[in-house]
Design a protein around this ligand. Structure first.
Ligand code: FES
Length: 74
């Protein structure tokens, strides 16, 4: 919500990820084959979306946001 408010004045939080889709939805399934820990991006700045690549750190410093990844643990 904080990130959405910070970006709202600029026209949205997603500048480039899968813009050809009406809605970007990703499903996380966990199970025996899952990695022990996976970090999923919630800032829309990752170069490896939907996985977090740490780009949220630069985004937070530049905008004052406090977004971070969704962590999925096995
Ligand atoms: Fe987006 Fe980490 S790069 S949450």
């Amino acid at each position: 919500l904080v990130a959405v408010r910070a970006e709202a004045a600029g026209g949205g939080i997603n500048p480039a990820i899968r813009k050809e889709e009406d809605k970007v939805v990703d499903t996380v399934l966990t199970g025996e084959l899952a990695k022990p820990l996976t970090a999923y991006c919630r800032c829309w700045r990752s170069g490896t979306f939907p996985l977090c690549d740490g780009a949220h750190v630069k985004h937070n410093k530049a905008t004052g946001d406090n977004v971070g990844p969704l962590l999925v643990k096995k």
